[in-house]
Design a protein around this ligand. Structure first.
Ligand SMILES: Nc1nc2c(c(=O)[nH]1)N[C@H]1C(S)=C(S)[C@@H](COP(=O)(O)OP(=O)(O)OC[C@H]3O[C@@H](n4cnc5c(=O)[nH]c(N)nc54)[C@H](O)[C@@H]3O)O[C@H]1N2
Ligand SMILES: Nc1nc2c(c(=O)[nH]1)N[C@H]1C(S)=C(S)[C@@H](COP(=O)(O)OP(=O)(O)OC[C@H]3O[C@@H](n4cnc5c(=O)[nH]c(N)nc54)[C@H](O)[C@@H]3O)O[C@H]1N2
Ligand SMILES: [Mo]
Length: 759
């Protein structure tokens, strides 16, 4: 049975199925985004705001981290960028009256969609212990409350400081400085659930945990492999770059269990002919089974090794380490095992091999389809092996391209938001600020939840994000959060994390990217780093959603002054007044930011150095690029079960739901759907249009259940299923994580479907 939403909540999840689409963007995309934008902002504000996205004097799009093309002067239309902007620049408001009318217990019954649609938060709000409602509170009192609870802790390690990836470089730098002056490295971030596996794999193998290509490399490449990524929805501007590469002669291989419309055909809204016909992007579609990528790349590596003259011996001899061990492992790759792991045919893999061997400049792009598996780190390391074999790292037109999610998630990490900071970074902080930063590693997302659950962490502070909805094992996570003494959220919009709280809770409303940031020394701008290591300024122009809002840097500075008091020699007041003074410090602490203020004056921004890309230098433990030789793994699927991936619809930004459609996949008016291959559905007796509970089975014997999903027969790979996150996070066990990176394995959850009736 379709679950009905609470009374008064207009969100009635009643999914319908329309035709699957085979092309992305085009005219409908413009219509959809403008409709959504105008509903939120009205016509005039929509026009004014959308014209400033990613422009020279404008603000950085709060959507994804895909870089802007050359010099940021042409407006690039992006449907989902427009939705992200509209969501923030909305005219709707959540005021103290709203909180007076809605007790927390009521808000806790609402859908995430409904909560988000109420509008921008306008006042700092406080939920006292035992109180039923949030009440307005002054900023001073709010900081006092945090101060009281921190003072009551036995150790600063009993507090946790989460960051979501929209936070600017300046705010992130101040935030980590505050946490470390306080004495903890408990700085988990959304990266822990996102590209941590990429960072782990790349740091070990090439010495830098970031991608090694710039946009111009994509344009120069002759083969682009897009594995585990759905750019049509999540990085729409990437399609223009792929189109340009194709026009320059590149071929594209897509590796994905789902045929994603954006990768099939792109109708570029920037060109008239693009609007009509569009460009076919994918030359070869490898419809892989969930988690089969490591096996695929391992076999390709074996086949490359067996081809006369196919490996770049000079590069390997000069720049790499571990080749012998790797070749021995790769030679053991087995056709039958690979065909079972991937669900692919021999012909398809041979076609891919021929394209790989014909390529002189290969780029591999990936996102969550590779990072959120138990064996995500060895999978990405195998991608690195694959590129190293033919010398495809550190030369134009070639390299690794992990495509980041949140618009400044990469920058936040560069600024030191990391629970396992490098000693050199801490040394630099110590030298610059004259205090001894803690050296023991802190808690990542999963360990923070465990610490809250076990009573070892008592104060939870979040700089943005929606921790309880984004994190795995919803019931466990929510119970853990409720055990906290105090939960604090610096937020722009209302979300689930504000209504599943500790004994006391604070909501601290903040400015978004689109808004003017006025401080003591005048109007401020902030900076961000995109997925390709380009740093540039972002300047909001809109009037803030409410005069009560403080910027993120101001919140950190005031909190730090209140909590650290005379014990801190850091000039927090000056930092709050003038963000240029923060950038001066960043310039002295973080390599690549020398002359930061001068460099960022260039509207095009500047590229951070990347040793493998710039000089073919690999700052790893061995001083070389490391081949690795992990055993091949792939998920085991018991009979009668399906492997479930939890992914994004076209109408959402992570836990922020924009609407109930997933247009390209032909889903309308609902999110509780599960996409199942028709052949599997027949075998398992799962009729199209019937309803089932998704039940996840894990080694702890606990059955995790997500009720009431409509079964949709859909051409995904055999044995695989797909359903949207965050609704399915209830199914992802807290300890089902990737080896090494500890990222929740939310793309391969073993489930059984229990039918619950038909509509
Ligand atoms: N509009 C919009 N934009 C966004 C976001 C959003 O929610 N909405 N989120 C942002 C964030 S934080 C991130 S991290 C990115 C996420 O961007 P994506 O990684 O594209 O997001 P997902 O929806 O998780 O899609 C995963 C893709 O990988 C495929 N896949 C899943 N498992 C496997 C596998 O085992 N192997 C292979 N080869 N493929 C697999 C899925 O079929 C799907 O196409 O997008 C960012 N941009
Ligand atoms: N099952 C499953 N779980 C997943 C994933 C998955 O694919 N499957 N993906 C994971 C990934 S890749 C990620 S990145 C995480 C995302 O995890 P988060 O980053 O924690 O979640 P978001 O939904 O992006 O956070 C949205 C909230 O951020 C706040 N916000 C928006 N803009 C701003 C701002 O400028 N400043 C401040 N202070 N707050 C702001 C708003 O209040 C909004 O409600 O989820 C992860 N969880
Ligand atoms: Mo992400």
């Amino acid at each position: 049975m379709a679950r009905k939403s609470p009374k008064g909540d207009p969100v009635q999840d009643a999914p319908q199925v329309a035709e699957v689409q085979h092309a992305a963007a085009g005219i409908p995309a413009i219509g959809h985004s403008l409709r959504m934008a105008q509903q939120q902002m009205g016509v005039r504000r929509t026009a004014l705001t959308l014209l400033r996205v990613n422009q020279k004097d404008g603000f950085d799009c709060p959507g994804c981290a895909w870089p802007e093309p050359e010099h940021r002067h042409t407006a690039e239309f992006c449907e989902n960028g427009a939705k992200a902007v509209a969501e923030e620049a909305t005219l709707r408001r959540v005021t103290p009256d709203f909180f007076a009318a809605h007790p927390v217990a009521d808000l806790a019954t609402r859908s995430g969609y409904w909560l988000g649609q109420q509008g921008r938060l306008t006042h700092p709000m406080y939920l006292a212990e035992g109180a039923e409602r949030y009440e307005p509170v002054s900023w001073e009192r709010a900081f006092d409350i945090v101060g009281e609870e921190l003072a009551a802790l036995d150790s600063p390690d009993e507090s946790v400081y989460y960051t979501s990836g929209r936070t600017s470089n300046e705010a992130a730098f101040l935030y980590q400085l505050f946490a470390r002056e306080l004495g903890t490295n408990n700085l988990p971030d959304c990266s822990n659930m996102c590209h941590e596996s990429s960072g782990s794999a790349l740091t070990e193998t090439i010495g830098v945990g970031k991608g090694s290509v710039l946009l111009e490399d994509l344009y120069k490449s002759d083969l682009i492999i897009v594995a585990g990524q759905n750019p049509g929805t999540n990085h729409p501007r990437m399609l223009s770059a792929l189109e340009k590469a194709k026009n320059n002669g590149a071929k594209i291989i897509t590796v994905n269990p789902l045929p994603e419309a954006g990768l099939e055909r792109f109708k570029n809204p920037q060109t008239p002919q693009g609007m009509l016909k569009g460009t076919a992007l994918t030359n070869l579609f490898l419809q892989i089974r969930l988690g089969g990528d490591q096996a695929l790349f391992r076999l390709l590596n074996k086949l490359i090794l067996e081809t006369e003259g196919a490996v770049d011996e000079e590069f390997i001899g000069e720049h790499t380490h571990g080749y012998e061990e790797f070749t021995e492992a790769a030679r053991g790759a087995d056709w039958d095992e690979t065909l079972a792991a991937t669900g692919l045919t021999r012909e398809r893999i041979e076609e891919a091999l021929a394209m790989v061997l014909a390529s002189k400049r290969t780029v591999v792009c990936w996102a969550m389809g590779l990072t959120q598996h138990k064996h995500a780190v060895p999978t990405i390391r195998e991608v690195v092996n694959f590129l190293l074999l033919r010398g495809n790292i550190g030369r134009p037109g070639a390299g690794v391209c992990p495509v980041r999610g949140h618009s400044n998630v990469q920058g936040d990490r560069t600024m030191g938001i990391f629970e396992r900071p490098a000693p050199a970074f801490l040394d630099a902080l110590e030298k610059e600020f004259g205090f001894a930063p803690p050296r023991e590693h802190g808690l990542d997302v999963v360990r923070a939840i465990e610490a809250l659950r076990d009573g070892k962490a008592k104060v939870f502070f979040a700089m943005g994000g929606n921790f309880v909805a984004a994190s795995p094992d919803t019931e466990v996570t929510e119970a853990a959060m409720r055990k906290a003494r105090l939960t604090v959220h610096v937020s722009t919009k209302l979300n689930r994390s504000h209504v599943v709280t500790g004994a006391r809770a604070l909501i601290l409303p903040t400015l978004g990217r689109t808004e003017r940031d006025l401080q003591g020394s005048g109007e401020q701008f902030v900076t961000v780093e995109d997925s390709m290591g380009m740093v540039h300024a972002s300047r909001g122009r809109l009037e803030p959603a409410s005069p009560q809002l403080l910027s993120e840097p101001a919140i950190v500075c005031r909190l730090a002054r209140r909590v650290l008091g005379a014990g801190s020699a850091t000039p927090w007041e000056e930092f709050e007044k003038d963000y240029a003074t923060v950038r001066d410090r960043i310039a002295r602490v973080i390599p690549g930011f020398e002359d930061f203020n001068a460099k960022v004056a260039d509207p095009a921004g500047f590229a951070l150095p990347h040793a493998p890309r710039d000089e073919r230098r690999f700052p790893t433990a061995t001083g070389k690029a490391n081949f690795t030789a992990a055993p091949v793994e792939f998920p085991d699927l018991p009979k009668g079960r399906l492997l479930l991936q939890t992914l994004r619809s076209h109408d959402q930004y992570n836990t922020t739901i924009y609407g109930l459609d997933d247009r390209y996949r032909g889903i309308k008016n609902g999110r509780r759907v599960v996409l199942v291959n028709p052949d599997d559905a027949r075998e398992l007796n799962l009729a199209d249009g019937s309803y089932a509970d998704l039940v996840s089975e894990w080694r702890d014997g606990v059955e995790r259940r997500a009720p009431g999903f409509r079964i949709v027969h859909y051409p995904t790979a055999r044995g695989c299923a797909a359903a949207y996150y965050p609704e399915t996070n209830v199914l992802v066990p807290l300890d089902a994580t990737a080896d090494t990176s500890n990222t929740p394995a939310s793309k391969s959850v073993v489930v059984r479907l229990e039918q619950s009736g038909t509509d």
